[in-house]
Every structure is written in structure tokens, then in C-alpha cells.
Design a protein around this ligand. Sequence first.
Ligand code: 6CS
Length: 311
Amino acid sequence: FQWDFVTEEAPGDVQYEYAVEFAERLEEKSEGRIDITVFEYGGLGDGVDQAEQLMRGSTQLGIVSPGFTGTMVPEAELFALHFLFPDDIALTQEILNTSEALNVYLREKYEEHGMSPLAYFTEGAMQWTSNSPLQAPEDFEGFQIRVQNSPLINTSYQQYGADPTAMDWGELYSGLDQGVVEGQENPIFFIESAGFHEVQDYMTISNHNNYVAMMVVNTEFYNELPSDIQAMLDETVEEMRQVGFDLQEELNEAALSEIESNTEVLTLSEEQRQAFRDLAMPVRDFYRENNGEDAARILDLLEEEIEAARN
Ligand code: 6CS
């Protein structure tokens, strides 16, 4: 078997290192029957192109950010909701591993488009970078923030008064440098590896959302695999849950000290975060009403699961 495994990141980043480790484990288990080529970002197009290739089956395996599938699977936009998952990142990962809302119902929505998420994993909490301090919703008034191509990420920032612009991350460093956009959101490791802190004066520790990525396969490809091969793949997905978690933790921690050495890092207090949370809450109802027929059912269940996990 010869498979392609596409990622949205560069060597050294969470997705790429996850994919390399995944490929090695699976190749070894299969004793050479499986041969996997891992692609870094840009190898097969931008984020949206890559998601479409997986849906069509021209690529077999991939890591996909839900932000690039929002126009195809509107229900998946729930990951754009700020302050939804617990701040405790290990608890968030546990919810991602076990949630029926995500692993059964959202998976079904993706499968209608030919893509099966086999696992959801966190790449870390997201933070803002900017050239002016971002500490209150008023600081976002007219602020040009780069976002992934996702309608609900847009809505979330419009709630704060910002002016969001969709852009692929490959253009973001120069976009920030030239002032095409004024700021962006990403997990800490990614800010550092893409060098965004070099062209930004501030990083705000806001933890306003969690960056979730999905380990996906093309549905038809997966369903037609011989059962022993499918079992090896499933087993590797399970093994990789902890490996992926440890990877993001290690990379995020290391990147923070690197960023601190040349960028001013502001940390929001709980009170400051509450001002954003108050504005973000109504977006949940917007999602329920506008993001497909199953949005309300999926979010209601996920909220219950999150509540149960917190207690
Ligand atoms: O901001 C982005 O678009 C990119 N951020 C991460 C953490 N991974 C890939 C994605 O394309």
C-alpha cells in the first residue's frame, strides 16, 4: 500500500511530527506492506485545497483543521466558538477523545462529505499577537485580524468589533509585516515557528479558544481497507493520542520562553477574560441557528459532555 499523508504545518510543528511518528509506527506494524509519504504545508496546496483532496480521495490520510472545512461542513464550526472547552488542556483532550457529539455525530457530518475524523487533538490554547495591546473588547474596535477561511471565526471576531480577514497562513508573516492585517490568533508553538512574534510587538495570553486538529482519512479508502490493515491503523490512532498531547505540550512550553525574550507578553486576568466571554456567548446561539440542521443537537450534547467533565 502506498499512501499520502498531508499536513498543514512545517517540520518541527505538531501536525508534521505527529504524521511522521504515525507513519513510522504504521509502516513498522505492517512489516513493510504500508509505505506512507508525509507532506508538509504547501506540498499539496493550501488548507482548503488539502481538505478537499481528502474528501475526494486523491489523498488518503491527513491532519485537517476544522477552520478549513467550515464552508463544507457547517456543523464543524463549533470549534470556532470562544471559551467553549475548559482551560484545563488535559481535560479538554479527554473530552475530545470521548465525546459522542464529536466522535459519532460530527463524524457523521464529515462522512457525508467523504472524510472520517478518527481523532480530534489539541495543538494548544490560542493566543493573540498584535502591534497594539489587546486586553479588552474595545481594543478590537476596527482591528484587522487574520482568520482562517471560516464564517464562524469571522462572526466571533465581529462580536468584539474587529474586522476579520481570511488569509492562508503562508501569506501571514508578510501580511503582518506589511500591515495588510494587524494581528492573528494561534497556539504558542506555531506563533514561534512561523516567526509571527518577529513582526508583532505583543502576545496576549487570552486562552480564548483551543486549537483543535483532526486526524482524518478518506471515508471510502478507510472502509475498503482489509480488516487487518484497518485494525493496525485504528491501533495507531489510539497510540498517538498521548504522543500528540505530549508533543504539543513540549513545543508550546519551549516556544513561550523564546517569544518572551523578544516580545511583550500580556496575560489577561479572569476579569478581562470575562468581558470577552460575555460577548462570545451569544455566538453559540448564532451557531445553533445558522450552521446546519444538526448544529443545535451537536452543540447541546457537547455542552452537556463538557459540563459533566468539569464536575
Ligand atoms: O493559522 C493557521 O492557519 C495554521 N495554524 C496552525 C496551528 N496549524 C496549521 C494552520 O494552517
